[in-house]
Design a protein. Structure first.
Length: 385
C-alpha cells in the first residue's frame, strides 16, 4: 500500500499530532508500505529519511500562499499513492480532498477535535461548551467559515477516523454517516516505560500534577482557586502545572494573588522523558478540562500508575470510571475539584487501588495496537471499489 499522509506538523516540530504522524509513518514503513508525508514546517524542502519521503511547506508566507503550496505538493504526490490520510479536516484535509477528487483516490480524515471551536475559545473568548458550539450562530464569520470547512471535508471524504466514541457523536452531528466513521483509540507507550517503576515510593510530600496547554478551556484558573483550601490543610503539598501557552502570565499573576507561591509551580513545557519522571513522583494527576476528545494526559498517567481525577466531559468518561479507575468531577466545579484532591491525599490506599485498576485497564491501549488497527482500516478503504 502506498500512503500519502497530509499532516499539519511533523518532527522536529513537537506536539501530539506530530508524534502521532511520525509513529504511524514509521510503523507503516517498517511493515513494507510506501509512505510520503506532506507537512507545514519552519523551513521548506524535501528529505528522505528511513525510507519515508517528507515534503515540508514553509510557514514563512501568508496563509493563502502556504495553503496553495501545500496543495501543490499534495497534487504532485496524490497520483502515486493508493490512499490519502489527512491528520485533520482543516490543516491538510481540504487539499487532500481536492487531490483525491482529481486523481480518484480514497481520502481518510482523522478528527481529533473541533478546530473551529478551539479558535473561537482561544481567539474570540467563546465560553460555551463544544456541544453548544455546533449550532451557535453568534460566532464571528471567520469561525463560521472554519466550521463549514471542516464539516465539508469530513462529510465528503471516504471515511473518518476518530479516537473516541464522544468524537464519533460529534462527527455524526456534522452529517457524517455512522457507517463511514471508525473509532480507533489512541495509544501510548508509557505502560512499557513505566511498569517497572510504578511500585517505587512516591515523594514524601504529596505532589499533584496537572498537564496541558495553558488555554482557557483547560480550566487551570479554577484549579488554582480549588488549590487554596488544599494548601491550608496540606501545607506541605505541591501543585505542579506542566505546560505552556497564552494563559501563562495570567496564571502566574493569579498564583501571587491567591498567595500560592510556596506550593504552586508553573513548570513550563517538558519533554516526554521529563513528564514520565514527574509522573513517577506524583500522588495525583488532575485534569480540569472543558473539552477532551481523547486525553493522552489521562492515558499516560494511568499507565504510569498515578491516581487520576478528571472532569466528566467528552472522552474522559471513556477512560475513567468514577470510583473504579479514578475520580470524576463537573468541569470547573471548584469545590468538587477540592474534594477530589482531599479524597486522594487523605486516602492514599484507596487511590492506589483505583490507580492499579486504571493501570490494568489502560495497558491494552498501546501504540502498536493503534497503528495496527489504522493500517488494517486504511488497507480496507484503499481496496474498496
Amino acid at each position: 500500500m502506498r500512503v500519502l499522509i497530509a499532516a499539519g506538523i511533523y518532527p522536529p516540530d513537537i506536539g501530539g499530532p506530530a508524534t502521532y504522524a511520525s509513529l504511524l509513518a514509521d510503523f507503516l514503513s517498517l511493515r513494507g508500505h510506501t509512505v510520503t508525508v506532506v507537512c507545514y514546517s519552519d523551513a521548506g524542502g524535501r528529505k528522505v529519511q528511513d525510507r519515508i519521503t517528507v515534503y515540508r511547506v514553509a510557514r514563512s508566507r501568508g496563509p493563502f500562499v502556504i495553503y496553495a503550496r501545500y496543495a501543490k505538493e499534495m497534487l504532485r504526490e496524490a497520483g502515486r499513492h493508493d490512499i490519502l490520510y489527512a491528520q485533520g479536516p482543516v490543516a491538510g484535509g481540504l487539499q487532500a480532498l481536492f487531490a483525491g477528487f482529481l486523481f480518484r483516490r480514497k481520502v481518510v480524515v482523522k478528527v481529533t477535535g473541533d478546530y473551529a471551536w478551539e479558535r473561537a475559545a482561544g481567539g474570540y473568548a467563546y465560553g460555551g461548551p463544544l456541544e453548544q458550539f455546533q449550532a451557535e450562530r453568534t460566532v464571528p464569520l471567520k469561525i463560521r467559515t472554519l466550521r463549514v470547512l471542516e464539516r465539508f471535508v469530513a462529510v465528503r471524504c471516504s471515511a473518518v477516523i476518530v479516537p473516541s466514541s464522544y468524537l464519533r457523536s460529534i462527527a455524526r452531528g456534522w452529517g457524517v454517516p455512522d457507517e463511514r466513521i471508525h473509532t480507533i483509540y489512541n495509544g501510548s507507550d508509557f505502560y512499557h516505560q513505566a511498569r517497572e517503576r510504578t511500585h517505587k515510593n512516591r515523594e514524601r510530600s504529596p505532589v499533584v500534577l496537572s498537564i496541558g496547554r495553558l488555554v482557557p478551556w483547560k480550566g487551570f484558573e479554577t484549579l488554582l482557586r480549588a488549590w487554596v483550601p488544599v494548601q491550608k490543610r496540606f501545607g506541605y503539598a505541591e501543585l505542579r502545572i506542566i505546560g505552556d501557552g497564552p494563559e501563562y502570565k495570567k496564571l502566574e499573576r493569579l498564583v501571587k494573588e491567591l498567595d500560592l507561591t510556596r506550593s504552586v509551580y508553573l513548570v513550563g513545557r517538558l519533554g516526554r522523558a521529563d513528564i514520565l519522571a514527574a509522573l513517577q513522583t506524583a500522588s495525583l494527576m488532575v485534569l480540569n478540562s472543558g473539552y477532551e476528545g481523547f486525553s493522552h494526559t489521562i492515558l499516560e498517567a494511568m499507565q504510569a500508575g498515578v491516581p487520576v481525577a478528571a472532569s466528566s466531559i467528552g472522552g474522559n468518561t471513556e477512560l475513567v470510571t468514577h470510583g473504579e479507575t479514578g475520580l470524576l468531577f463537573p468541569f470547573n466545579d471548584c469545590e468538587a475539584i477540592t474534594r477530589a484532591i482531599f479524597s486522594v491525599l487523605e486516602n492514599p490506599g484507596d487511590a492506589g487501588v483505583r490507580a492499579l485498576h486504571a493501570l490494568q485497564s489502560s495497558s491494552a491501549l498501546t501504540i502498536e495496537r493503534m497503528c495496527t488497527e489504522t493500517e488494517k482500516f486504511l488497507m480496507t478503504i484503499a481496496e474498496k471499489v
